[in-house]
Design a protein around this ligand. Structure first.
Ligand code: GUN
Length: 286
């Protein structure tokens, strides 16, 4: 059996086209959705991610601001910048790229973002909304992973979904969204004893551990849907996921490649959340 490859690039284009219609409807009402992305420091990978986020907004004709602050920016200065953006009517979404340099308290930084502009969905108020099933802004990577399952026709209700990884950015919100869709959810970590016992029972397996190729074909249930959130650079310069694609694709029913799977969806869902933030703010102002 060879898995159906879930083409994240194509699905991302479809989803972006859907949100472009909503963005254009806002623009017709004189509202230009705007995103501000703040990056503190010089981390090369973060700089690439941030540049791509700003570019995606521009491609959809949205307003975007790219705010690059030096690594030694004080926490007070960063909080003041966030406060300024909270009060800026041109900006509907604010994102602070993580990680921030160690001298900042990242919880304090994320809590400073106005919940209505928190397009990453990391503010405790939005996390709480996700827990109670009243999702407002879902974190972009797991939101994108859910869209990939939906658009690929993978049924979730009643299925056993196993999430490997318990981060606030991916694992925990992913588990909550699957639960909201009536999956039976197990959360594992890279330290789970006899991990394969759990992964082999998964109808849907989401892997976000940052450990290259840790899930191999023999750990997968035949026909399962595999969502690989990992992006790891190997010694030869090539990218690979947390799943060993070559062995996994022989067993799985569906699988996301790396690159070209979850990656393109993360940025798409950020654009979606920004448009949604602008819609919510426009409706409040009515
Ligand atoms: N760093 C890695 N992923 C993310 C993300 O989704 N949002 C932010 N703000 N930082 C990240």
């Amino acid at each position: 059996m060879t898995a159906q490859i879930i083409d994240g690039k194509t699905i991302a284009q479809q989803v972006r086209a859907e949100w472009k219609i909503r963005a254009d409807a806002l623009k017709a009402r004189g509202i230009m959705p705007g995103l501000a992305v703040i990056i503190v420091g010089e981390d090369p990978a973060s700089r690439v991610y941030v540049a791509n986020k700003v570019k995606a907004c521009a491609e959809l004709g949205l307003h975007s601001e790219h705010i690059a602050l030096p690594a030694n920016t004080s926490e007070a200065t960063l909080l003041a910048k966030i406060n300024e953006l909270n009060n800026d009517a041109k900006i509907h979404g604010i994102l602070v790229q993580l990680p921030v340099p160690k001298h900042n308290d990242s919880s304090k930084v994320l809590e400073a973002i106005s919940p209505g502009k928190d397009v990453d969905g990391f503010h405790p108020m939005n996390v709480g909304a996700l827990v109670t099933g009243n999702m407002r802004f879902a974190p972009c990577t797991p939101y994108g992973a859910m869209k990939l399952l939906e658009k690929s026709g993978v049924s979730i209700e009643g299925k056993h979904a196993v999430v490997v990884g318990r981060s606030n950015i991916v694992g925990k919100p992913m588990a909550l969204m699957l639960l909201q869709h009536n999956a039976t959810v197990t959360i594992c970590t890279s330290k789970t004893v006899d991990l394969a016992k759990f992964t082999r029972d998964a109808d849907i397996l989401v892997v976000a551990t940052g450990k290259p190729k840790m899930i191999t074909g023999d750990m997968i249930k035949p026909g399962a849907a595999i969502i690989d959130v990992g992006i790891n650079r190997m010694a030869d310069g090539k990218l690979c996921g947390d799943v060993d694609f070559d062995s996994a694709k022989e067993v799985a029913g569906w699988i996301t490649p790396v690159p070209g799977g979850v990656g393109p969806m993360t940025i798409t869902m950020l654009v979606a959340n920004t448009v949604r933030a602008a819609e919510l703010s426009a409706n409040q102002a009515k």
